[in-house]
Design a protein around this ligand. Structure first.
Ligand SMILES: Nc1ncnc2c1ncn2[C@@H]1O[C@H](COP(=O)(O)OP(=O)(O)OP(=O)(O)O)[C@@H](O)[C@H]1O
Ligand SMILES: [Mg+2]
Length: 127
């Protein structure tokens, strides 16, 4: 845990938005992944003025899925625009849903939860 904390602090200190390197935090349930991610996010916002967006991955998928509903005014692009425009995107609970994700949010949790921050290179489609 001390190592994870040090690594998180180093990542936040050295983070350069032009670099594009992300960070993947993995670990068992309740080991402090979200805590570390929030700490990094706060540091980036407060010390470096970098814009950050925190999303529960399942919530983002639900919002995208919901935008396909004809009775809903929001388009997929409306949901994704802030995600595209932000410098740092934090995706919490990334590994909490199975990739086939049918019935989002109801998948069996994976043994390891994961969190990935992906910079503005829009590669999250590879998830
Ligand atoms: N370094 C820390 N010091 C004090 N409390 C902590 C620390 N890290 C985590 N916690 C607390 O431990 C609990 C679990 O942490 P957290 O939610 O970050 O774990 P997680 O790995 O994201 O869990 P999950 O896999 O369920 O998403 C939370 O209540 C959090 O506030
Ligand atoms: Mg968590």
């Amino acid at each position: 845990m001390a190592f994870a904390h040090l690594s998180a602090a180093k990542f936040a200190q050295e983070y350069d938005p032009r670099d594009g390197t992300g960070l993947l935090i993995i670990g068992k349930i309740g080991t402090g992944k979200t805590h570390l991610a929030v700490g990094i996010t706060k540091e980036l916002i407060l010390s470096k003025g970098i814009s950050c967006l925190f999303y529960d991955y399942r919530e983002l998928l639900k919002e995208i899925q919901n935008s396909y509903n004809a009775t809903v005014q929001t388009t997929e692009l409306d949901v994704l625009r802030p995600v595209f425009e932000i410098d740092v995107l934090v995706l919490d609970e990334l590994g909490a849903v199975k990739p086939n994700g049918v019935g989002l949010g109801h998948g069996e949790p994976d043994p390891e939860h994961a969190l990935q921050r992906q910079p503005h290179d829009h590669h999250y489609d590879k998830f």
